[in-house]
Unconditional design. Structure first.
Length: 300
C-alpha cells in the first residue's frame, strides 16, 4: 500500500535500524542499567535534535505531508467518511499533523471524483476545519482557498506541538483526525491522548492510525519490527489498543490491517462523557525517523 511505504523514509533498511537500536540498547542497558520510568537512553537529546531536522526537511527525502481526503478515507477507521460527511456548518474538525492540509482542501473542494473522498465531503454546508502542524507547510493553494472561503472557515496553526495549545485557544471539536501525525510522532503518548480527548465534544470521535504496532487481534506476524512499543511496569509487552481501552469515559474500537507493509492499527476513540483519565505511559527509548521508533513504559 503506497501511502504506507512513504512512511519508511527515515529508515533505509531493517539492518540499519537493527544496528542503531543495538547500539542504543548496549548503551542503555549495559552493566548495571535497568528499566526505570525515566528515559534511560543516553544521548536521547541527539535523537530529538535529529527529529527536528526531519520536520524541517523539504523536497526529496522529506516525509509524505500531502495526503488528500481519499488517502485519509483509506487509512482511517470505517465510519470516518460518514461522520465527516454528516457534519454541518456549525461543527468543527481538527486535523492534527496536517502537513500541507490537503485533506481539508479536498473536503472544501474535492479534487478527484474518487468515491471515498466524495462521500467524506458530501455535506453542502461544511464544518469549520483547523489544521495543526509543527512546521508551516502551507501551499499557495491553501493560502488562496483560505482567502476565498474567508470567515476563518479553514485555519492553519504551526510553530507549536499539540500539547502547547490550550483548550481555550483551540475550542472543542466534533471530529479529530491524525494521519501519521502527532499520535505517530509524539514523545508523550499519554499526554497527547489526554489533550486530544480534552478537545473533543462529548459524543465526538478521534480517528487515527498507527503503523508497525502489535495488533489487538494478534494477527501480526512473528519477526515484525515494531515502531511503537508499550511495556508494563514489569517490561511485559502491552498492545496499544489494550492500553487505550483502559481510558475512562471513552469507547475505543480497533481495526487491524495486516496486508499492508506493516501491521497497522486503525483506531477510533469516542468520548462518551467527561472525566477522562488516561493511564500514564513514559518514554524510555526513542530513535528519530519518519516515523520515529518509540518505546513507552506504563506506570504501575
Ligand atoms: C508525515 S506528516 C503527515 C501529514 C499529513 N497528515 C499527511 O498524511 O499527509 C506528519 C505531520 O505531523 C506533524 N506533527 C508531528 N507531531 C506533532 C505534534 N505533536 N503536534 C502537532 N503536529 C505534529 C508534523 O509537523 C507534520 O505536519
Amino acid at each position: 500500500m503506497s501511502s504506507i511505504k512513504c512512511l519508511a523514509n527515515g529508515w533505509n533498511t531493517a539492518a540499519a535500524r537493527l544496528a542503531g537500536l543495538i547500539v542504543i540498547a548496549l548503551q542503555a542497558f549495559g552493566p548495571g542499567a535497568g528499566w526505570t520510568q525515566e528515559p534511560v537512553q543516553p544521548q536521547i537529546d541527539e535523537q530529538f535534535a535529529k527529529q527536528e531536522k526531519i520536520y524541517r526537511k523539504r523536497g526529496s527525502g522529506s516525509y509524505t505531508a500531502n495526503r488528500g481526503l481519499s488517502a485519509y478515507a483509506e487509512v482511517l477507521p470505517a465510519g470516518f467518511c460518514d461522520a465527516l460527511g454528516s457534519l454541518g456548518g456549525s461543527d468543527r474538525w481538527l486535523d492534527i499533523g496536517a502537513g500541507e492540509g490537503r485533506a481539508i482542501l479536498d473536503y472544501y473542494e474535492p479534487q478527484d471524483s474518487a468515491a471515498p473522498a466524495e462521500k467524506c465531503a458530501r455535506s453542502k454546508t461544511k464544518a469549520r476545519a483547523v489544521a495543526i502542524s509543527i512546521e508551516d507547510r502551507r501551499t499557495d493553494q491553501w493560502k488562496e482557498q483560505a482567502a476565498r472561503l474567508g470567515d476563518d472557515r479553514i485555519r492553519y496553526l504551526s510553530g507549536k506541538r499539540l500539547r502547547e495549545y490550550s483548550v481555550e485557544e483551540l475550542g472543542l471539536f466534533h471530529i479529530i483526525t491524525d494521519v501519521y501525525g502527532g499520535f505517530t510522532y509524539t514523545v508523550n503518548l499519554s499526554r497527547f491522548v489526554e489533550q486530544v480527548l480534552s478537545l473533543l465534544e462529548i459524543g465526538g470521535a478521534f480517528y487515527t492510525v498507527l503503523p508497525a504496532v502489535r495488533l489487538e487481534d494478534g494477527t501480526d506476524k512473528l519477526g515484525t519490527w515494531y515502531k511503537t512499543e508499550l511495556v508494563d511496569a514489569a517490561s511485559r509487552q502491552v498492545k496499544v489498543c489494550s492500553w487505550l481501552k483502559q481510558i475512562s469515559s471513552t469507547e475505543v474500537t480497533c481495526e487491524s490491517k495486516i496486508g499492508w507493509d506493516e501491521p497497522t492499527q486503525l483506531i477510533k476513540i469516542r468520548k462518551v462523557s467527561s472525566g477522562v483519565s488516561v493511564p500514564r505511559a513514559n518514554l524510555v527509548e526513542y530513535l528519530a525517523g519518519a516515523p520515529p521508533n518509540r518505546r513507552f513504559q506504563l506506570e504501575r
